[in-house]
Design a protein around this ligand. Sequence first.
Ligand code: SF4
Length: 396
Amino acid sequence: MAGNKRFPRRPSRTVHVGPVPIGGAHPVSIQSMTTTHTRDLRETLAQIRRLAAAGCDLVRVAVPSLSDADALAQLVRSSPVPLIADIHFTTSLALKALEAGVAKVRLNPGNIDDPDGLRRVLARAAELGRPIRFGVNSGSVRGAAGARLVRRPARGPRARAAGARLVRRPARGPRACATGASDSRDLARLMVDVLMEWVHQAETEGFRDLVLSAKASDVPTTLEAYRLLAEACDLPFHLGITAAGPMDEARTRSAIVLGALLSEGIGDTVRVSLTGSPVNEVLMAQEILAELGLRPRLGLRIISCPTCGRCEVDLIGLVEALKARTRDVLAPLTVAVMGCVVNGPGEAVEADVGVAAGKGHGILFREGEVVRKVPEKDLLDVLLQEIRTLADKARR
Ligand code: SF4
């Protein structure tokens, strides 16, 4: 599904990451990144397979050393999804990754200071028809490359051609000294300026298969950076917020960033990053995209009330048990679990299946019709049976 009427996508160029198109009218794809040492073939491949099984379209692997680069060819051969090499500092590793067959390379302009190496990577990627993502993070862009750009702003037609709006005002104050940016807006501009300078260099070399990302670790800077980027170019964007934190924090920050930007049509591929299992990154990304109607749902959509003093059953326990026992159900069914008759029947009737609880029992609804009254002790089993029957029907 490529955007929808409510959230039309920003027009962008299409690049192909192996068989997965990014940008244009193509579906917003889901990415994640392995947490293993890439050179550990067995563990890395096992994690790639788990990610692919969870619905991940593209998997990125870290390539910090030669031994990691040496593992790539085997991983590429065995992976069920296209692999992306994540490269910092060293362009020679990017060349090795390209030779190993990765479908895309991510370079960090914030920590690569090697124009000749960059030219070689661009030339080889062009020969092989592989795209490159220039991905800056707020943390790394404050370093050498970012600082140099701030000190030496490009002017004239070259900067205009790149769409660059370089930081013109030196940052001040203790925080500014540390960051090179006086506030979130300056930091967002710095990220965009560094990116657009790299875009200009790549396009000067004739290389156009680019994807961009500008991730900060806070919501306002990330939103600002992507909105500025969207004004500056028509390249496809990889969306995300960096260092998003553990599960709960990551869920909130990612939902705000991805939700806001995707609802403005900005974003072509997404990564929810979190400190924890990358499979959860994929599940969260699916949830966000499905709620926006940008991807079909892979699994149940449970709607349940928060409960209140009117609820006479253990609804929280029921919902937790239902969630735990339906993780394998991939049918896009809506299941309503409501605590009483105030809103219960209304919500349940709109769901594929649902219950509205009473005192020690629940009323079962299926596809808008009341089916029967079910004792509280049987509610979970009856709901599970109904869900599996509807899921089987949906598969046929
Ligand atoms: Fe309370 Fe009933 Fe609303 Fe649930 S559906 S929050 S129990 S009023």
